[in-house]
Ligand binder design. Structure first.
Ligand SMILES: Cc1cc2nc3c(=O)[nH]c(=O)nc-3n(C[C@H](O)[C@H](O)[C@H](O)COP(=O)(O)O)c2cc1C
Length: 153
């Protein structure tokens, strides 16, 4: 297939997740697309978060975060968490959430698949911090992670 040279600012298709952290004892939620599983055993996941956001400072302090997979029905809230910073607006009441074994990693009840992660490493990149977390607990809605016709965003 013939190719046209394009910009270097190229992306692959991405999932959309919501990263849960805790700031001053209150849950905070940030939308992220730059996320991937990165190790089998122990299970690890990495998420790249801009230094411009509030979440990196928080997560570094608490050493924990959660990864939550939203459904299509949650697109409004997911978009909101990706547009608004907790620096200016409290996002703690947007979702009903629960805590697993880790503090500082609030998980969203309505998400069909959620995981709590212990921060094991942080890689400093020029604009972003790559947070590498060990998955300490995974939780799926009963009937399957995407049961009941819940479509991913
Ligand atoms: C669809 C979508 C995907 C996003 N992906 C990322 C991402 O991977 N990394 C990141 O740092 N910000 C990403 N953002 C932007 C942050 O979610 C946004 O800056 C957020 O307001 C930061 O919240 P905080 O300051 O409370 O941490 C994304 C936003 C949207 C809408």
């Amino acid at each position: 297939m013939k190719k046209t040279r394009i910009t270097t600012n190229v992306f692959l298709p991405m999932p959309v997740v919501i990263v849960g952290t805790e700031i001053r004892g209150r849950p905070n939620f940030l939308t992220a697309g730059w996320v991937s599983r990165v190790n089998t055993d122990p299970p690890m996941i990495a998420v790249s978060i801009s230094r411009a956001n509030a979440t990196p400072k928080v997560s570094r302090r608490t050493g924990a975060f959660s990864i939550n997979l939203p459904t299509a029905a949650m697109v409004k809230e997911t978009d909101y968490c990706g547009l608004v910073s907790c620096r200016y607006t409290d996002k703690s009441n947007i979702f009903d959430h629960f805590q697993g074994t880790l503090t500082g990693a609030p998980m969203i009840l309505n998400c069909p698949l959620v995981m709590e992660c212990r921060l094991v490493d942080t890689m400093e990149l020029p604009t972003h911090l790559l947070f590498i977390g060990e998955i300490i607990g995974g939780y799926a809605s009963e009937g399957g992670a995407l049961s009941g016709g819940a479509d991913r965003i």
